[in-house]
Write a protein that binds this ligand. Structure first.
Ligand code: NAD
Length: 254
C-alpha cells in the first residue's frame, strides 16, 4: 500500500475531489483526517471510509478562520502525533465578469482559495519541519495558465496558489518537505455544475464546448485528480518538488 502508516489531512474533503481523494488515500493505507466547513458532508465522508474498513476522522474547521484552523491542527496532532500529507483542497467557485463582481464576493474567494492555503499550511508546517518530512499538495487549476470565460476572480486565486507553491518549496525543501500543485481541467463535481449553471445560458452546450477544447474530448473525473494527489503524496514522488501537475485532458495545449 502506497500510503501505509501515513497521516493525511485533506481540507474540503466532504465533497467532490477532496472526498474522492480521501477514499483513495484510505484504500492505500492512510489514516485520513477529513476537514470541511460542512459538518454533515464531512462526517458522512469519514463514516463511509470507516464503514469500508479504512480509517478516517472528521474535524470541522473553516479554512479562513485562524482559530478554527489552529484548533483543527492541534486536535489532529493530539490524536495522531504527526501529519505526513496535507492536501489543501478546499475551495469555492467564482463566476462573473470582473466589472460585475462585488467587493465582498471578490474578498470571499480570495479568503477561501488563497488565505485558506496559507492558514492551514502555516499551522501544519511547524510539525512537518520537526518531523523532517512531509508532502503538501496545493489545489491550483488549469485556469492559472489559460483564459476561461467569467473566471477572472477564480483564476487570480489559482494563479496565486501556484506561485505560492513554488516559493514554499524553496523555503521548506531543507526540512524534507515537498510542495507541489495540482492543475485540474474541468472535473465533473458539484462545484463545476454550479459554475456551468451560473456562467452559461445553456450548460449542456457549454459542456460540449469544453469537451472539444480538451484534447481528451472528455471531462475529467474526481478519480483522475485523486490518483494524481495519491502519487504526489506517496514516496514515489520523492524527486518531484515545486511542480505543477496537469490533470486536464490536455486543455492547456488545446
Ligand atoms: P466541491 O464544491 O465539490 O468541494 C469543495 C469542498 O470544500 C466542499 O465540501 C466545501 O464545503 C468545502 N469548503 C468550502 N469552503 C470551505 C472552507 N472555508 N473551509 C473548509 N472547507 C470548505 O468542489 P470540487 O470540484 O471538489 O473542488 C475542490 C477543489 O478543486 C477546489 O479548490 C477547486 O477550486 C479545485 N478545482 C476544481 C476543478 C473542477 O473542475 N471541479 C478544477 C480545478 C480545480
Amino acid at each position: 500500500m502506497r500510503l501505509q502508516h501515513k497521516i493525511a489531512l485533506i481540507t474540503g474533503a466532504g465533497s467532490g475531489i477532496g472526498k474522492t481523494t480521501a477514499l483513495r488515500f484510505a484504500e492505500e493505507g492512510a489514516v485520513v483526517i477529513i476537514n470541511d466547513v460542512d459538518q454533515d458532508k464531512g462526517m458522512a465522508a469519514a463514516a463511509q471510509i470507516n464503514e469500508q474498513g479504512g480509517s478516517a476522522h472528521f474535524i470541522y474547521a473553516d479554512v479562513t478562520a485562524p482559530d478554527s484552523v489552529k484548533a483543527m491542527v492541534e486536535e489532529a496532532i493530539a490524536r495522531y502525533g504527526r501529519i505526513d500529507v496535507l492536501f489543501n483542497n478546499a475551495g469555492i467557485s467564482g463566476v462573473g465578469l470582473l466589472h460585475e463582481i462585488e467587493p465582498d464576493t471578490w474578498e470571499r474567494i480570495m479568503d477561501v482559495n488563497i488565505n485558506g492555503v496559507y492558514l492551514v499550511s502555516k499551522y501544519v508546517l511547524p510539525y512537518m519541519m520537526e518531523q523532517g518530512s512531509g508532502s503538501i499538495i496545493n489545489m491550483s487549476s488549469c485556469v492559472a495558465e489559460i483564459g476561461l470565460a467569467k473566471r477572472a476572480s477564480y483564476a487570480a486565486t489559482k494563479g496565486a496558489v501556484l506561485a505560492m507553491t513554488k516559493s514554499m518549496q524553496v523555503d521548506y525543501a531543507p526540512y524534507g518537505i515537498r510542495v507541489n500543485a495540482l492543475l485540474p481541467g474541468t472535473i465533473f463535481t458539484p462545484f463545476v455544475e454550479q459554475y456551468l449553471n451560473n456562467a452559461y445560458d445553456d450548460p449542456e452546450l457549454a459542456i460540449a464546448s469544453i469537451k472539444t477544447r480538451q484534447l481528451s474530448g472528455e471531462l475529467g473525473l474526481p478519480e483522475d485528480v485523486a490518483n494524481a494527489a495519491l502519487f504526489l503524496a506517496s514516496d514515489e514522488a520523492r524527486f518531484i518538488m515545486g511542480s505543477p501537475l496537469y490533470i486536464d485532458g490536455g486543455v492547456v495545449f488545446g
